[in-house]
Design a protein around this ligand. Structure first.
Ligand code: ZN
Length: 186
């Protein structure tokens, strides 16, 4: 998944943005006390694959303002950049927590993503759903479906392309599918 995806706002049904939260493992009990008291982070207790418990500090991007907060007293050994998204375009799927921001109604809250159910750019064709991560990938999807010669490597969102069921790629699907996707983009 990308770090940000377009979702349907649960309040007003407009296009909203969901952004994944990031977490960093807490190194000591003293640090844990600091993070538990901080208003900028949530703490989470989890078990690793060996059954050992550990704590993480979660930061919800865009929950308060659009930039990282200025925190002068982070415990030693942590930098606020530790909670930045990775530079990879796609993230592994492990945790669905994040922030939902809707420009239309002003909703801005923690949210657990239900994907692809909440995908804003999704259409139905012959009882199957086709979805895209966001506006850009939706536009690319249209180009891809319209193209007479399709090459998977032309498509930057190829991991998701690989999952497109054949029913959407047939000749007779082209017109209705593209029409429905365009309507969503309008
Ligand atoms: Zn809204």
């Amino acid at each position: 998944m990308p770090h940000r995806v377009a979702v349907t706002c649960p309040e007003c049904a407009s296009e909203a943005v969901f952004e994944f939260a990031e977490r960093v493992r807490i190194k000591s009990n003293d640090d844990l006390h600091w993070f538990e008291k901080s208003k900028h982070f949530d703490c989470l207790k989890q078990a690793d694959p060996n059954g050992q418990y550990y704590h993480s500090a979660i930061f919800y991007h865009k929950l308060v303002g659009n930039a990282f907060p200025l925190i002068s007293d982070l415990p030693r050994g942590y930098r606020i950049d530790d909670w930045a998204h990775s530079e990879h375009q796609f993230r592994p799927l492990s945790d669905w927590r994040g922030t939902l921001v809707c420009e239309s109604c002003g909703k801005r809250s923690k949210h657990t993503l239900d994907w692809p159910k909440e995908a804003y750019f999704q259409i139905e064709y012959r009882n199957q759903n086709l979805w895209a991560f966001d506006r850009a990938s939706s536009a690319e999807l249209i180009d891809y479906i319209c193209a007479s010669h399709r090459r998977a490597d032309d498509f930057i969102y190829w991991p998701f392309l690989m999952k497109i069921p054949h029913v959407f790629l047939t000749k007779q699907a082209r017109e209705p599918v593209v029409k429905r996707l365009r309507k969503r983009l309008a």
